[in-house]
Design a protein around this ligand. Structure first.
Ligand code: HEM
Length: 162
């Protein structure tokens, strides 16, 4: 086992696998509210980078749904964090923000998509990922599209499974 690169010590609380404890809630003004389950994994190979995968599934049928993967980097000597993210929908994004205690507040700095992506296009994403005092991880994701201002799309909590 490789030691966590010291550039990322402040994010050691993320490492491992997390499973939604109860179904997450999905919402947006233009869609039908839905529930989903999700598994997160954060790992590293000793580089100053955390590798992650977020895999969501239908709450009843367990059919695979949204998937994201990417990398997390920190600006050395600061609390500045960057998520470099690819989504199965064809969206890629850079999110940046600050780590405060065990809470990450991220905003998209760049969003790009395939030439044949469906409209409405995502224009902005913001998310909060935090370790709560009860040991659960919590994630909220908001987005703005061509048609809607920044509004919550997802809220979910997880329990550590390994
Ligand atoms: C709908 C973006 C994560 C499930 C949508 C829409 C967008 C979007 C743009 C269409 C909204 C509209 O028509 O006005 C995103 C982004 C995500 C994300 C940027 C991550 C940052 C997820 C996750 C799930 C999910 C994790 C979990 C299963 C859905 C569902 C719909 C939807 C069920 C409605 C049906 C559909 O249009 O496919 N999302 N989404 N999304 N999203 Fe997400």
């Amino acid at each position: 086992t490789v030691e966590l690169n010291q550039a990322l010590l402040a994010l050691d609380w993320l490492l491992g696998t997390w499973e939604s404890d109860e179904p997450g809630e999905g919402n947006f003004p233009s869609i039908k509210p839905f529930h989903y389950i999700e598994t997160l994994n954060f790992s590293h190979v000793g580089q100053p980078v955390i590798n992650f995968t977020f895999n969501a599934f239908h709450a009843e049928t367990k059919k695979p749904m949204h998937r994201e993967c990417g990398f997390i980097r920190m600006q050395p000597g600061t609390n500045r964090v960057a998520f470099i993210i690819a989504q199965n929908s064809g969206l890629v994004e850079i999110e940046e923000g600050d780590l405060t205690g065990q809470q990450l507040n991220l905003q998209s700095q760049a969003v790009a998509r395939t030439s044949f992506a469906r409209e409405p296009y995502v224009q902005k994403i913001s998310r909060v990922i935090q370790l709560r005092s009860d040991g659960r991880l919590e994630q909220s994701v908001s987005m703005a599209t061509d048609n809607q201002p920044l509004m919550q799309h997802l809220h979910i909590t997880y329990r550590r499974s390994s």
